[in-house]
Design a binder for this molecule. Sequence first.
Ligand code: M6R
Length: 636
Amino acid sequence: MCSIIGIVGDSPVVHRLLDALGRLEYRGYDSAGISVTNPAINLGDTGNFLTWRSVGRVKELSKKIDLSCKSTVGIGHTRWATHGKPTERNAHPHTDGFLSVVHNGIIENFSELKTELIQSGIVFQSDTDTEVLVHLLSKYIKKARNLYEANSAAEATKSPDDIRRTILNDAIQNVLKKICGSFAFAALCSDFPETILAARSTSCPLAVGKGINEFIVCSDAFGMAGLSSELHYLDDYTYAIVSRRNLSVFGFGGEKASTRFYANPFKQESSKPEEQTHYMLKEIHEQPLVIQRLLDKVASEREIYDISSEVILDAINGLTLTACGTAFYACMIGRYFLQTVAGIRTDIELASEFQSAQISARDDNRPVLAVSQSGETADTIKALAYAKERGQKIFSIVNVPQSSLARMSHKVFYTHAGPEVGVATTKAFTAQVFVLLSMAIEFSKKNYVNFPSEALPSRDDFRKVVGYMTKTLSLDSQSIDISNSLFRHAKNILYIGRGLNYYMCLEGALKMKEISYIHAEGVAAGELKHGPIALIEDGTPVVVLAPFDDLFAKTMSNMQEVAARGAKVVLITDEIGMKHVDQSIVHSAVMLPHTHKLLTPLICAIPMQLFAYYTALARGCDIDKPRNLAKSVTVE
Ligand code: M6R
């Protein structure tokens, strides 16, 4: 969840660290900080980093920093608190003067280590697990240095570079033996002011990018946009010793590891939205373009969602989908597509529950397909790793190229939605739905199912849906009115629907709660009477999602039930549905273009997203960076 950046080079780093942290802020934004080696002071054991830390956003940090600082080596961090409140004392970098560390993830045995360190006389300055890293690295680097100095006569022929590597290798291997958990970190050391030491175990990504006369260490490719055009992703359980012109990578045991550089897909920074607007709104409006791009790809590169390779054809016998949050709702929709269109037995499992659920299914060797925007969600990575260990084939639908999930999968299907910055995912979701539908259609061809081909969306349906999405976006004045007049003051909002629309209700409610902080719940309309209807009081807003389909009439009955109990009904339907509605019980309605049933999620997502967006806007919430959340959730 936190992000890490480090630069070791020839040119001043302060501005560039701040810029990178601004891009990385989507991974956590409780507090931020940077440390640079101080060019004005001779480094030694006594404290010679310049470190600035601040609670809140990177813009708060930038107010504190000496922007004229000429240091060419530094590290930075944005935090999403795990251990210790989001205060300045808990903000990273953590330093004891000799060493400065930024860290993402969790040192699981930190409490035993902390006790040992306290017993040895160390006084802790923060409540974080990170601080044990500082003291351990300090201790082992000093120990390795002393050992080296004691043997210096025998080692007299070594170059300064060899000495540096010997000491750092020795120290870090000792530290890595002592700590456990999923983590990534980067450290500066006074003894070696032109070196960054970086390591990762598992789940927390870390990459090293090549710049001009410099190397950059960073938790993701987006953070390095404009800094590096080529990057190497550190494999699980590897560490790197990085200097201006040298990168050496090793396994945790000290064995040399190879490097493989990929092009950074984020060469240019994603353009910032206009003043006063948000990435989320920009990304909502990009959806027709994203779907058009995917349609073009399907037309021009037929193999894009090709499932004919042996690995994926295994899935014909059944498939398990796994993901978290919104991507999990895409899986629910995907299951519907795969089962109805392609006749494939499909299970879905929350990634965070995957392992517990699968333990009881020991013989299950069906392939697993993970869905993720970032490709870095720790729970999803763990689920796939578990399946891979059991010998299952693993596939993924991912947005971020070369992300951890993409790299570990036997086959990846990209969503090509472009960088998504708003914490609430929008365009990545509709792209996931599109890819799952395209895969289901491909599977149905291979599986010779009896799903009548005329029941599939035609080319024309697909082509038209892009226009329908654009048309739906133009209805935003209705969403603004409903959000301002009704949702804005609500304590509770229910979303009801059936079939595909139920899954969309879950997604609509998640969008609303995560950015507006209003409690919202998606309910299968038929389940209302089994409990949730008790929540309805006079004036409770209920969003009824019911484009005209085979389930429409039943949903209309449920709409009557909630209206009879005082609910204010907000109906989302289409032109045909509108003709069949008892308008007298509807408080407000949004009328969408009518489309093929399997394409409705692409259109219905839009009013749901706009409701959440405009409600959050009316309530003055921080839309792109909602409280307590981060874009990539890299802790379990
Ligand atoms: O990057 P991922 O798609 O793996 O992320 C999964 C969830 O964390 C994510 O969808 C989350 O629920 C969003 N904030 C929802 O808008």
